[in-house]
Design a protein around this ligand. Structure first.
Ligand SMILES: Nc1ncnc2c1ncn2[C@@H]1O[C@H](COP(=O)(O)OP(=O)(O)OP(=O)(O)O)[C@@H](O)[C@H]1O
Length: 293
């Protein structure tokens, strides 16, 4: 079992509205180095609030009322994310934990070319890189996610939704952080692009060994790509376990209900468990037909 790269300890988040919404309630789990941890649960159960809470990107009226997220570096250093000042947070984001959220258009600056947005990240975090090194790295990153490096001079609005989302994923990988948090990163994309991106994420995970928290309401998809799955309901994690185990032997009543709510999962049990890459992608092809939008 790989050591933990991120510990979430008793994290609670409230929305201070009337009446108060307890969106995340006392959530604890360990993210292991190099694993894909899927976070499943129906709309409104608190997945996004948890993701934003972990990286401290919540805005009022949201407030963290308890708990913390601790990052463990390879050399044994512990970084308590909640203790970081704004400047330290900026320095550690992208470098240690990067994020890809739904709707990349909101995350990219519309008036800056793609190249300059990448260069900003490198200028801030890798100031010793030469201009040529930065340029080469930008091109390499775009190629990795299947975007023509010729697109570097484009502005976000000149790219299709799928390309923008790929650019965001490339940017999230730019500094090769040990942890990536992806909240519905492919939901807005058509299924062909979605599959290509998932293939890429899985390949890079295998190649670079980063850990991913992958959030979606699409349970069949999560079963394909995750090592372990956490099932969330009403702000709590009600079950967390090995993806194959959770599929074949769900323990919590809600997990059973969730599995039963996906017609594509009720057929031949066992066909969706995580297996060889090709098997997974073949199964994903099958999921495309039936997965709810
Ligand atoms: N700004 C806000 N003010 C008040 N309540 C909010 C706010 N944002 C979210 N909530 C509430 O917090 C709870 C968790 O919402 P959250 O968006 O985290 O769920 P989710 O599982 O990510 O849902 P989805 O899959 O639809 O994105 C929900 O009850 C939601 O209504």
């Amino acid at each position: 079992m790989n050591p933990s790269v991120l510990s979430i300890e008793n994290l609670s988040v409230d929305y201070l509205v009337e009446p108060v919404v307890h969106a995340v309630r006392n959530v604890s789990f360990e993210l292991r180095r190099g694993e894909v941890l899927g976070l499943a649960g129906e709309s409104g159960c608190g997945k996004s609030t948890l993701a934003y809470g972990i990286v401290r990107l919540l805005k009022p009226p949201a407030m963290i009322t308890s708990g913390r997220a601790v990052f463990h570096s390879r050399d044994g250093l512990e970084i308590d994310w909640n203790e970081l000042h704004a400047e330290e947070l900026r320095a550690n984001r992208w470098e240690k934990i990067s994020m890809v959220f739904q709707g990349a258009m909101n995350s990219l600056n519309p008036v800056i070319s793609i190249r300059d947005q990448f260069e900003d990240v490198f200028a801030t975090h890798r100031p010793k890189m030469s201009r040529k090194q930065r340029r080469d790295r930008c091109a390499e990153l775009l190629e990795r996610v299947g975007v023509d490096p010729g697109r570097l001079s484009s502005y976000p609005h000149e790219l299709s939704g799928g390309m923008r989302q790929r650019v965001m994923i490339a940017m999230a990988m730019a500094l090769e952080p040990p942890v990536m948090i992806m909240d519905e990163p492919t939901t807005a994309l058509d299924v062909v692009v979605q599959r290509e991106i998932l293939r890429e994420i899985t390949r890079l995970r295998d190649e670079l060994g980063f850990a991913v928290i992958f959030i979606t309401h699409d349970l069949p998809l999560l079963l394909e790509i995750s090592d372990r799955i956490a099932v969330m309901r009403g702000g709590e994690i009600v079950e967390l376990g090995d993806a194959a185990e959770l599929y074949t032997n769900p323990r919590h009543e809600y997990t059973k209900q969730l599995l039963a709510s996906f017609p594509s999962l009720t057929g031949d049990r066992g066909s969706f468990v995580r297996g060889a890459m090709d098997d997974r992608l073949l199964a994903l092809d099958a999921v495309e037909v039936e997965a709810p939008s």
